[in-house]
Ligand binder design. Structure first.
Ligand code: C2E
Ligand code: CA
Ligand code: CA
Ligand code: CA
Length: 282
């Protein structure tokens, strides 16, 4: 009985520590990941619904760790923000995506690239000047025309400090890059700010798209967002389109652009390049 008790105790402590240990282990591995070439970008097409033309490619971070296996961004972006690792990682993402977009442009299939910005990259005042410098430098070094870069910033990050946001967005607009509001509809933004901020695109959060074929309130929300985007002359992209029914409803609402597994899941660069051939998604 004593031996069993001891074993139980060991089992208990290792269970208690496993979350913290996994976190520390993750941090250790993440610190090395960038230098060891374990990060890569997948790309998911943003599609004009009627023509099926690919108008953009969203870059989505993937981490292939030799010890942990494939780690998805939801499992490490938060940690990267807390540790500050998001700053070098975010810069790598931006540079890699812009190099790729320039490569697509030079090989005759020009397409916009969309890059996600984290709250820490965008909001922290000390990083703000840094963000503008980094974007300007990366555009100059890669040769990518600024209008082929779109930065995706979530609604909730933008609303944290509207004065800082406005200043940052104006700086980015002066560089000529496009600004997209990610996860739109989830962050309680005041509609007046949508008008004040220099925005180009709204992305309807996939939470509203999910049940749009069956849920009346989701249909109403999507219809309202679509009408508003039209009035404000913003490009509108619906995320998370998985089936034809959702697509038909959205295109009936004059939502012109979509993204989701229905068209393609995020794919490695070779497959993304194949999707840029005319008619690949028709
Ligand atoms: P997000 O920016 O909202 O990206 C969309 C997420 O939805 C992606 O998950 C994508 O794979 C997934 N998705 C696309 N189509 C569908 C669909 O039809 N159905 C469903 N259920 N999901 C779909 P992923 O790649 O795991 O990325 C998760 C989040 O991690 C992203 O959400 C973004 O917030 C963050 N993230 C990804 N890459 C980066 C990055 O380079 N930098 C930063 N700061 N954040 C990133
Ligand atoms: Ca995004
Ligand atoms: Ca999103
Ligand atoms: Ca999201």
């Amino acid at each position: 009985a004593k031996k069993l008790g001891k074993n139980n105790y060991q089992f208990f402590t290792s269970e208690m520590n496993s979350t913290a240990q996994r976190y520390l282990q993750l941090e250790h591995h993440l610190r090395c990941a960038l230098g060891q070439g374990e990060l890569s970008l997948y790309y998911q097409p943003q599609v004009q619904i009627d023509s099926r033309a690919v108008i953009g490619m969203e870059a989505l971070l993937r981490w292939h760790s030799p010890t942990l296996g494939m780690v998805m961004p939801d499992q490490f972006i938060g940690l990267a923000e807390e540790t500050g690792l998001i700053v070098p990682i975010g810069e790598w993402v931006l540079r890699t995506a812009c190099e790729q977009a320039q490569c697509w442009r030079e090989t005759g299939t020009p397409v916009r690239v969309a890059v996600n910005l984290s709250g820490r990259q965008f909001q922290d005042f000390q990083h703000q000047r840094g963000l503008l410098d980094v974007v300007a430098t990366v555009l100059a070094e890669t040769g990518l025309p600024a209008e082929l870069l779109e930065l995706e910033i979530t609604e909730s990050i933008m609303m944290r400090d509207v004065d800082t946001t406005l200043a940052t967005l104006q700086g980015l607009k002066r560089l000529g890059v496009r600004i997209s509001v990610d996860d739109f509809g989830t962050g309680y933004s005041s509609l007046s700010y949508l008008k004040r901020f220099p925005l180009d695109t709204l992305k309807i959060d996939k939470a509203f798209v999910k049940d749009v074929s069956t849920d009346d309130s989701d249909r109403a929300i999507v219809a309202a967002i679509t009408a508003m985007a039209g009035q404000l002359k913003l490009e509108l992209v619906a995320e998370g389109i998985e089936d034809l029914e959702q697509l038909v409803f959205l295109s009936g609402q004059r939502c012109n652009y979509g993204q989701g597994y229905y068209f393609s899941k995020p794919v490695p660069v070779e497959q993304a390049t194949a999707l840029l051939k005319p008619g690949a998604l028709s």
